[in-house]
Design a protein around this ligand. Structure first.
Ligand SMILES: *Cc1c(COP(=O)(O)O)cnc(C)c1O
Length: 389
């Protein structure tokens, strides 16, 4: 058992400041701790941040919940197929199974590790209903190509934007593109956090209405209206067996203050990524791809891949970084290697050569706003030492 050097540099840490703490305390003292005025304000602020008043933002208690609500509202069900990438977290795909539909996993673009448009086209069948692209690491998937494929084949598009705040695709913020629904995550390690939480964004009022009803038990009025309406209002109707996916005001309080800092966080992440790139130059590593013209990388993750010239295996590399007190991770163990997905769909690595090859060589290095320049230098030195034969 390797004992890591101290102090240990964690793989990820949230940045929570005095403003966030004060806003949460204000909520705790207000007497309203579940979904209420702050969740509403957070939704309005999110739409304002995206800068498109035709969008509606719907706060939920996780991105997983948001993806489930999105597919439910689009009518995905048994007999349907939904295409997504094998190179993602299981949440992206599991929501399809919640609804009894089938997941069709496809390979990635070897440069960006985002879902490959050509692989989507090859996987379309008469049962295909939707595509879920993932903006891997914070770089936008090829949305112009994906939206064109969806249009040509009459498919819905739900963006898994868990990594993509704030990400630009061809000059537009992810969340404002021409997909049907976009879902962001505020999990602890994402570019902003509410502890647990997510935001659904759509410009389709009928989808928004359905997702809001299903977010809270299939109730036709939400708790805020019911408990704070000026006229006595005890009446509600249950129109479907809905879910319990609402975001608390405690979490929304965190979100309100984190959202104010998101552009500053992104700028710091760019600085850190630039410093990592400079410090890792000349090593047997493929460094992360840069955003193309008109793009912007959110830098949720900084993923390097060992080249054939590297003298160590991926697992040895991780072990050596750990021994030097550097927390790292792997994003992701592709779904085609996970027992449930592999066995259910009889998947083999040969079907996903780009994802498989990337997985065998990839490591996610620490990149978060609380890192100092000295932390970056320490990571680069540790990587250099780990790669020395
Ligand atoms: C984090 C993440 C999710 C799930 O987000 P939660 O808010 O934890 O439910 C989904 N997809 C991807 C790609 C993620 O990284």
């Amino acid at each position: 058992m390797t004992v890591p050097a101290t102090p240990f540099l964690p793989f990820a840490l949230p940045e929570i400041g005095d403003e966030e703490i004060a806003e949460v305390v204000d909520t705790l003292k207000s007497g309203w701790v579940t979904t209420g005025p702050k969740a509403k304000r957070f939704e309005a602020a999110f739409t304002e941040f995206l800068g498109d008043a035709s969008l509606e933002s719907i706060a939920v208690n996780s991105a997983t919940a948001g993806l489930h609500l999105a597919l439910e509202a689009l009518g995905i069900g048994p007999g349907d197929e939904v295409i997504t990438t094998t190179h993602t977290f299981t949440a992206t795909a599991e929501v399809v199974r919640y609804l009894g539909a089938d997941v069709v996993l496809v390979d990635v673009d070897p440069d960006t590790l985002c879902i490959a448009p050509w692989a989507i086209e090859e996987a379309i069948t008469p049962r295909t209903k939707a595509i879920i692209p993932v903006h891997y690491a914070g770089l936008a998937a090829d949305m112009p190509a994906i939206l064109a494929i969806a249009k040509k084949h009459g498919l819905k598009v739900v963006e898994d934007a868990a990594h993509a705040l704030p990400t630009l695709s061809a000059g537009k913020l992810v969340g404002t593109l021409d997909s049907d629904i976009t879902v962001f995550s505020f999990y602890a390690n994402k570019t902003m956090t509410t502890g647990e939480g997510g935001m659904i964004v759509t410009r389709h009022p009928e989808l928004a209405r359905r997702m809001k009803v299903m977010r809270l038990h299939g109730m036709s009025r939400d708790a805020f209206d019911r408990f704070t309406a000026t006229v006595p209002s005890w009446y509600y109707e249950i129109v479907a067996p809905g879910f319990k996916y609402n975001l608390t005001d405690i979490a929304a309080a965190l979100g309100l203050q984190q959202l104010k800092r998101i552009d500053g966080f992104q700028k710091r992440r760019v600085e850190l990524a630039d410093a990592l790139d400079a410090g890792l130059a000349g090593l047997p590593l493929i460094l992360p791809p840069r955003a193309p013209a008109g793009g912007q990388h959110s830098w949720h993750l900084y993923v390097v891949r060992l080249t054939d010239d590297a003298k160590v295996s991926r697992d040895q590399f991780i072990e050596r970084l750990f021994a030097q007190g550097i927390g790292v991770s792997v994003h992701y163990i592709p779904l085609h290697l996970q027992p449930y997905w592999r066995d259910r769909y009889k998947l083999t690595p040969q079907q996903f050569p780009h994802s498989q090859r990337a997985f065998e060589r990839m490591v996610s290095l620490p990149l978060y706003t609380r890192m100092t320049d000295a932390d970056v230098a320490r990571v680069c030195a540790a990587v250099r030492a780990a790669l020395a034969a």
